[in-house]
Ligand binder design. Structure first.
Ligand code: UDP
Length: 254
């Protein structure tokens, strides 16, 4: 079906007021779920992603075990109330494909060989969606894995770039995704500039692709710093809390 043509850039600005290279606002909260081994709530503009990590734990049924490594299972799910039109509950082709691509995006950093015969389950629920949900989900999952104490080589950071009204722009929202010419979600290990996921819907010229990759790289570095800062803040908060507990206990014994 032919898409309706709407003007996405006016006076050099996008419809939400952003410049071409501007990320949406990011908010990160760690360990928001008590039962999970690690969890993270991640906002990217109007996208709201909640990631929960369980494991490493025994795998059932046993024939799914891998003698040498842990098996990582990634579940991406958009809640029925997350989109403007109610989304049919349960897995569909899109969520199965996104789950597989996202697992592959995170796989290279997880030290799976430390936990043979186990499974590490990563669940990401999208509570609200506005395009870029898979990237928000990967960012959330990466932090939740670290918060669960899963040994990792590094964090993975993710963002999409795309083309609207002939311009290459960063971090498309839903209107831009629906009416634009291209959308390219990227995941990478920012510190080493290693790409762990690259998908593309639409068309870029070679030059546009290169401009887009540069934008994605820069944004992944920014996101990496935010992910790292959130983990450090959380970790120092718990260390400080433990120190306080120890100090209080000590005084009580005097
Ligand atoms: N979307 C929707 N219903 C669906 C799938 C997608 O409303 O069943 C919307 C949702 O806002 C999503 C956007 O379309 O964020 C773009 O979807 P896409 O498949 O490009 O994935 P995303 O950009 O979210 O990773």
């Amino acid at each position: 079906m032919k898409k309706e043509k709407i003007e996405l850039i006016k006076d050099g600005k996008r419809l939400d007021g952003r410049g071409f290279e501007e990320l949406r606002e990011i908010k990160i909260e760690i360990d928001v779920l008590k039962r999970a081994d690690g969890s993270c709530y991640f906002e990217l503009g109007n996208n709201k992603a909640l990631a929960a990590v369980y494991g490493p734990r025994e795998i059932h049924p046993r024939h799914l075990q891998n003698e040498k490594t842990a098996v990582v299972v990634y579940n991406y799910n958009m809640a029925p109330f997350s989109a403007t039109d109610r989304k049919r509950p349960g897995p569909d082709r899109r969520s199965v494909e996104i789950s597989k691509a996202s697992r592959c995006a995170l796989d290279p950093v997880i030290l799976k060989e430390y936990y043979p015969k186990t499974t590490i389950n990563v669940y990401v629920e999208l509570l609200q969606s506005d395009a870029g949900t898979r990237t928000a989900a990967i960012n959330a999952a990466s932090i939740a894995l670290a918060a669960a104490g899963i040994p990792m080589r590094d964090l993975v950071s993710s963002i999409a770039v795309g083309k609207i009204d002939g311009e290459v722009v960063l971090d498309l929202n839903a209107v831009e995704d629906n009416h634009g010419e291209a959308d390219m979600p990227v995941a990478m290990i920012a510190r080493t500039n290693t790409i762990t996921m690259l998908q593309m819907d639409g068309r870029f010229t070679k030059d546009e692709f290169e401009v887009g990759m540069k934008l994605a790289e820069k944004a992944c570095h920014e996101i990496y710093e935010l992910q790292r800062a959130a983990l450090i803040a959380k970790y120092s908060e718990s260390v400080n809390a433990n120190v306080n507990v120890n100090v209080n206990t000590g005084r009580g014994e005097e």
